[in-house]
Write a protein that binds this ligand. Structure first.
Ligand code: IMP
Ligand code: MG
Length: 183
């Protein structure tokens, strides 16, 4: 097969538009890490990543947080391979840690409609954590149907489908090193 892969086209042929460069991601994540370190001083939070999209962001973020912390993951599904939320969220893998009386920080890659976070907020609140906060790398502010406070936002972005840095299109392109817009 001598056709160029979608990865090669994205990175080498400029087929996708870069929205946020690696450098900008790095700088902003360092700032978020500092803020979180400050806010959780004296506490030992559980950082819960939402699979699969969070895996790149969470790995960079926790290395900028200078605290003792635990890391756990859960997995939910709402999109399938579609680019538009179905609105139905299901739990595919629940959190393993006991979060009762613990300080919980949920890490998302992107908030689009807000349906996923709303669902998680209700699920996790029912387990009575000492505190519950949310951090998302990307936030489609104008799109969000459900308005609740997201405690830490990396970047507000326009309502466009983005990929890379953990975010997928049909399960590929998560390994692109920056955030791209797929036109
Ligand atoms: P929400 O429930 O509509 O807020 O959707 C959140 C989830 O949808 C995210 O965790 C992503 O997995 C996925 N998602 C939303 N927008 C995008 C996008 O632009 N690119 C890739 N995945 C997205
Ligand atoms: Mg996700």
């Amino acid at each position: 097969m001598n056709e160029r892969t979608i990865f090669e086209r994205a990175v080498h042929d400029g087929a996708f538009r870069v929205l946020i460069t690696r450098q900008k991601l790095q700088k902003r994540i360092r700032e978020l890490g500092r803020e979180i370190t400050h806010d959780y001083r004296g506490k030992e939070p559980i950082v819960i990543g939402i699979l699969n999209g969070c895996f790149v962001f969470i790995s960079d973020l926790v290395r900028e947080i200078e605290l003792d912390l635990e890391i756990d993951f859960l997995k939910i599904s709402s999109y399938g391979d579609a680019q538009v939320s179905s609105g139905n969220v299901t739990m595919l893998k629940d959190v393993d840690a006991n979060i009762h009386d613990r300080h919980v920080l949920v890490v998302e890659d992107i908030v689009d409609t807000g349906v996923s976070l709303k669902y998680l907020e209700e699920k996790l609140k029912a387990l009575h954590p000492a505190s519950l906060k949310f951090v998302t790398l990307l936030y489609k502010k104008d799109k969000a149907k459900i308005h609740f406070n997201i405690d830490y936002v990396g970047f507000e972005i326009p309502d466009e489908f983005v990929i890379g840095y953990g975010l997928d299109h049909k399960q590929i392109l998560r390994n692109l090193p920056a955030i791209y817009v797929m036109d």
